[in-house]
Ligand binder design. Structure first.
Ligand code: C5P
Length: 224
């Protein structure tokens, strides 16, 4: 599938889920396993890149050849890690499942069981990828869109809004796609409106294709 190289390129990959604290022992999280992100980190290494893996919550081992792994828990921590390496970076792939909201006032101590109802106030997290898109100079940005309805339409809108070079849209409600699965079903969406619909395949195979298409975009940017 793959002929383009990332030799000597600096690549940031995010993977896994984030957690937002409610109190010292509880959090709000999601079902991300980190499989897609870690497969992308591996594929980028194999394509010759210097890979920084910013890992949210995941139990997976670091793929061989990754030069730097930064473990983070919350969306804010992920943003700080990604921002720190963004300037010198050539390609960012944001496969992490990021919490859109955080608890406004996490409790200092464990919340005791008392009332019949418990309300948590939440506030919006910064959109890491949107911020990168705003500050984009030479970087190539790849985003993911996990949707359950109107996958392609929402995907195209997201690509434009976040100023991306490639968006990987997948229907997380489909059989053999999404969070805990070893396989995925994705459509690649490009800024010119073209799409590449891919069959169901193993996440590492999909990762290799995404890395190849991203490398092609980098090559094209350097020659035009
Ligand atoms: O959450 P949403 O569907 O908009 O996510 C699309 C892309 O934006 C994903 O690549 C995700 O990792 C990224 N994202 C982010 N920061 C957020 C929310 C999403 O970087 N706060």
């Amino acid at each position: 599938c793959c002929t383009h190289t990332l030799k000597g390129k600096n690549v940031i990959v995010t993977g896994g889920g984030t957690q937002e604290a409610i109190d010292p022992v509880r959090f709000i999280g999601n079902h991300s396993s980190g499989r897609m992100g870690f497969a992308l980190a591996k594929a980028a290494v194999l394509a010759g890149a210097n890979v920084t893996l910013v890992a949210g919550v995941s139990t997976l081992p670091t793929p061989l050849g990754v030069i730097r792994r930064i473990d983070v828990t919350s969306t804010y921590e992920m943003k700080n890690a990604v921002d720190q390496y963004y300037e010198d970076c050539d390609l960012v792939i944001k496969a992490a499942a990021v919490a859109d909201y955080r608890v406004s006032h996490p409790a200092q101590n464990k919340i005791k069981k008392s009332e019949e109802t418990l309300s948590l106030e939440m506030e919006k997290n910064p959109d890491i990828l949107y911020g990168l898109g705003q500050r984009k100079t030479h970087q190539t940005l790849v985003g993911f869109a996990a949707e359950t309805v109107n996958v392609l339409e929402y995907g195209m809108a997201k690509l434009k809004k976040k100023n991306l070079d490639l968006l990987v849209a997948n229907d997380v409600s489909a059989e053999g796609a999404g969070f805990q699965s070893n396989t995925n079903i994705a459509t690649l969406i490009f800024p010119d409106g073209s799409m590449e619909k891919l069959n169901k395949m193993e996440k590492y195979e999909l990762a290799a294709i995404i890395i190849d298409r991203a490398a092609a975009i980098l090559t094209q940017k350097n020659t035009s």
